[in-house]
Design a protein around this ligand. Structure first.
Ligand code: AMP
Length: 428
């Protein structure tokens, strides 16, 4: 480097640094989701974010492949892409071990994804997603299970039915309508892409482009809405049955949404999205659908699959706008143990032992390592946003009692040493 300009401390455009308090929020979200999914029989998997570029070139979304992937050539001349989404990786992993895996599979994964998007509210270049997939079930039980988990995840954070809406559609409807009107496969994909962009376009421009797809005076969406073609009515009945089954289980916020397409090319049946009902945060929180053809791209028989994904950015926005994030997610330890006398090695030894007994009982303990006065150790604990402080030396070891400071309430509790762990963990 020739320039003497200091290096920038800013992260790369569109990505984030997570300082401990930021990461504590993410961990709270991931831990809540992980616990819930594991309790429902789901298993967690993981893979590298580096994939062969060709994995995305045949079957993901054109918008993503052409405009949004981070693709480079490595030193061995291989074209590599940082994964923009997880579903192709999952399909590859299933195809690779299809004879060993036990179907149906219920799998999930939590990790970062990379898309070269214009950074804006809710959209970044690196974000985290939770992917949830049910693989090996051909009928609507898979959709029911997936949507139930999506609903349950939001409920686990305290969201109510009126806070979000589950929009459901099936690609079969629009595919059948396009076929019925004689549109080619290419035209069908173009029509789907147009309807997918509908919300982002002004009505006039949308209607103008849409008119190119009219055949004999009819438009594919109108044909879906008319519900008169038998194959359309049959599929529509399946969507309605799914919505009715969800309502029966208390999920009354699911609705039929004929214009919902989803951008990915690999969807073959049901598609769904979860929307925040708050107009300030009107974005898709979750998106998913059925992709029965993806695994067979790697050869062999098709494997039916339904999955959905949701991102950390939109979910945290949702939790924040609805006041559903706990207040004290700081990532700080629970307790600061202060040392009253830095020269009393016996007392310090006893403090270390006491700290270990608390840790063994689930308390996150930070021990003072400095020679500061006790008062300054208390101040340090406050700056670190640690909720509890106690001093431990020869006197506490001998008496078997400590004075526990509850720092954010400026009060103290006299406790027997044996009661400290239960007191602290009871408030966590
Ligand atoms: P998709 O994989 O495009 O269907 O998106 C599924 C979910 O991932 C969305 O509903 C968002 O929550 C999230 N997501 C997608 N792209 C981004 C992005 N660029 N930045 C942040 N979150 C994203």
């Amino acid at each position: 480097m020739t320039s003497r300009e200091p290096l920038s401390t800013e992260p790369y455009k569109g990505v984030r640094d997570f300082y401990p308090a930021d990461w504590a929020k993410m961990q709270y979200v991931f831990d809540t989701v992980r616990t819930l999914l594991r309790r429902n029989g789901f298993e967690e998997y993981q893979a590298s974010p580096l994939e062969r570029a060709e994995l995305y070139e045949s079957k993901t979304s054109e918008e993503i492949v052409n405009g949004q992937t981070y693709t480079f050539t490595d030193r061995g001349d291989r074209r590599v892409t940082l994964r923009p989404e997880m579903t192709p990786t999952l399909a590859r992993m299933i195809a690779n071990k299809r004879h060993e895996l036990v179907f149906p599979m219920r799998w999930f994964s939590i990790g970062n994804r990379f898309r070269y998007e214009r950074p804006q509210r809710g959209r970044l270049r690196e974000f985290y997603q939770v992917d949830v997939d049910i693989v090996g079930i051909e009928d609507g039980k898979a959709e029911g299970e997936a949507i139930m988990r999506a609903h349950q995840i939001l409920s686990a954070f305290g969201a109510k039915n009126e806070d979000f809406e589950i929009r459901i559609n099936s690609r079969v409807l629009i595919n059948t309508a396009c076929h019925e009107l004689g549109l080619s496969e290419e035209e069908t994909l173009a029509y789907i892409a147009l309807v997918d962009r509908k919300e982002k376009m002004d009505t006039k421009a949308f209607e103008a482009e849409r008119s190119a797809f009219r055949r004999n005076g009819a438009d594919p969406l109108e044909l879906v809405e008319a519900n008169a073609v038998p194959a359309i009515a049959e599929e529509r009945a399946k969507v309605d049955a799914l919505i009715a089954a969800l309502a029966e289980r208390g999920m009354r916020n699911a609705i039929f949404s004929p214009t919902l397409m989803r951008g990915f090319l690999y969807y073959t049946g049901t598609v769904f999205e979860v929307f925040d009902t708050n107009p300030e945060n009107s974005r898709a929180l979750f998106g998913g659908g059925r992709y029965d053809g993806l695994v067979s791209l790697f050869g062999g028989e098709p494997v039916p699959a339904v999955g959905f994904a949701f991102g950390d950015v939109t979910l945290l926005d949702f939790l924040e706008t609805h006041g559903l994030l706990p207040a004290h997610l700081t990532g700080a330890p629970d307790l600061f143990i202060g040392i009253p006398d830095a020269s009393d090695s016996q007392g310090i030894h006893a403090a270390y032992d006491f700290a270990d007994t608390l840790r063994a009982r689930g308390v996150n303990v930070l021990m003072n390592l400095s020679g500061k006065h006790l008062g300054d150790q208390v101040k340090e604990a406050v700056r670190r946003t640690i909720p509890y402080f106690l001093a431990y030396g020869a006197q506490e070891a001998e008496s078997g009692t400590v004075t526990l400071k509850v720092l954010n309430e400026s009060r103290e509790e006299m406790l027997a040493t044996g009661d400290v762990a239960a007191f602290i963990t009871g408030t966590k």
